[in-house]
Design a protein around this ligand. Structure first.
Ligand code: SF4
Ligand code: SF4
Length: 166
């Protein structure tokens, strides 16, 4: 395993680059949708080829996934709880009416950065940080916000920026 990521250094760098990444986000909205998907997908795969999420887990440490009903049923089964008890114990509704975790770090995150419910984890965890999704234009604002959470997304923005300016 690679050595643990320096998340304080990441946070500092992400904050320093936030204004530029917001501007980049605005400019990316002018790119044709298919070209934009390709730009993100290429940068996403190049980044994750080298990224070891087990050195990071900052998403699990600082944010909550959305839990849909299917996620709740699967996770409750994995930890041998009734669905209602699972909700009572771990979740609340946010302002958009979605179930999210009561606390961060996620209670299912182990000390070695693994997920103790990995096979049953919510779809939002499987898909995070969403940068390989089609119709990425709809997720530009979210992706700019995720540069503050996910070192991979910060790297993806760096790559796209370099490509557009080359
Ligand atoms: S998805 Fe991003 S924030 Fe989550 S562990 Fe991987 S690099 Fe870190
Ligand atoms: S359920 Fe697992 S993958 Fe999802 S946030 Fe919690 S520890 Fe991370």
């Amino acid at each position: 395993m690679q050595k643990e990521m320096d998340l304080n250094a990441f946070k500092k760098e992400a904050e320093q680059k936030l204004a530029a990444n917001k501007t980049l986000g605005k400019n990316l909205r002018k790119v044709k949708p298919r070209m934009l998907d390709e730009l993100f997908q290429e940068a996403h795969f190049e980044t994750f080829e080298k990224m070891d999420c087990l050195t990071c887990a900052n998403c699990c440490k600082t944010t909550s996934p959305i839990f849909k009903q299917g996620d709740i049923a699967r996770m409750a089964k994995a930890v041998k709880m009734k669905t209602a008890v699972f909700i009572d114990h771990y979740l609340h509704l946010d302002q958009e009416g979605d179930y999210v975790l009561n606390e961060a770090p996620c209670p299912f995150l182990a000390a070695d950065n693994t997920c103790i419910c990995y096979e049953s984890r919510p779809t939002a965890c499987r898909e995070y940080p969403h940068t390989d999704r089609k119709k990425i234009k709809q997720l530009i604002n979210l992706s700019v916000r995720n540069t503050l959470v996910c070192p991979a997304v910060l790297n993806i923005f760096d790559k796209i920026n370099a490509k557009l300016n080359s």
